[in-house]
Design a protein around this ligand. Sequence first.
Ligand SMILES: NC(=O)C1=CN([C@@H]2O[C@H](COP(=O)(O)OP(=O)(O)OC[C@H]3O[C@@H](n4cnc5c(N)ncnc54)[C@H](OP(=O)(O)O)[C@@H]3O)[C@@H](O)[C@H]2O)C=CC1
Ligand SMILES: O=C(O)C1=N[C@H](C(=O)O)C[C@H](O)C1
Length: 233
Amino acid sequence: MKIALLGYGKMGKTIEKIALSRGHDIVIKTSDEDGYDISQADVAIDFSVPNAAFYNIVNCFKHNVPVISGTTGWLQNYDKAVELCEENKGAFIYASNFSLGVNIFFELNKNLARMMSQLREYDVSMEEVHHTQKLDAPSGTAITLAEDIISEHADYTEWKLESGLEGVIPITAKRIENVPGTHSIDYKSEVDTINITHTAHSRQGFALGAVVAAEWLLGKTGVFTMKDVLNIG
Ligand SMILES: NC(=O)C1=CN([C@@H]2O[C@H](COP(=O)(O)OP(=O)(O)OC[C@H]3O[C@@H](n4cnc5c(N)ncnc54)[C@H](OP(=O)(O)O)[C@@H]3O)[C@@H](O)[C@H]2O)C=CC1
Ligand SMILES: O=C(O)C1=N[C@H](C(=O)O)C[C@H](O)C1
């Protein structure tokens, strides 16, 4: 496949290595919103910045190029992107986290939340830890985890970056040098705590998942998720 890398930072560079090792060609690598011809590419992979992702994605729809986006912090425009994808008969996958491990963790989180909804003596809380260059907080992955708990657990209706509020999942976002991404969920009662944690050891898992998703998307039309790609859940 001829791949366009929209965003050539930490993730763009990791994806490049994996894509080359799987026999693909990188025809565009950019950290700008223009100055390239996207129609040269078979597929685009956007790992850019929150205020660039929506433009990059819609530009792909306009030029009939399937697009994968892992950029977080732009989801206020996700529904609009879905609408434009459908209007343009495009192909699109967004995931807050492309790693296989986190996608298994998403399923574990939903199952645990369903069980814990029966046990009202436990309170949930979440912590995410990332490197200090991260622009958004909480992480996109933490938001997905919180939304999944809300959909499965009767006691919670929203999440916030603060604690002690009724019906609210408290999320703590920590920024520590060189941490690729750690997400923990605690259910705490008077007598014990149940904890589930996913720890990324590097960016390899995110990058491999994005390339696998791009390979899967080629030739398809529509809006998909990593659940479709991995056939899990
Ligand atoms: N879904 C997932 O699995 C994962 C998602 N992410 C997300 O991916 C995004 C990128 O992460 P990461 O690579 O670590 O961040 P980096 O900051 O290392 O890279 C982002 C790159 O995007 C560039 N950029 C800025 N404006 C544009 C534009 N208009 N078009 C294209 N590129 C642009 C930046 O250039 P410059 O520096 O010149 O501004 C930079 O090179 C983040 O939102 C992060 O949260 C990260 C890991 C996994
Ligand atoms: O910015 C990052 O680095 C990461 N961002 C994603 C997120 O916001 O969830 C995924 C991963 O945790 C790394």
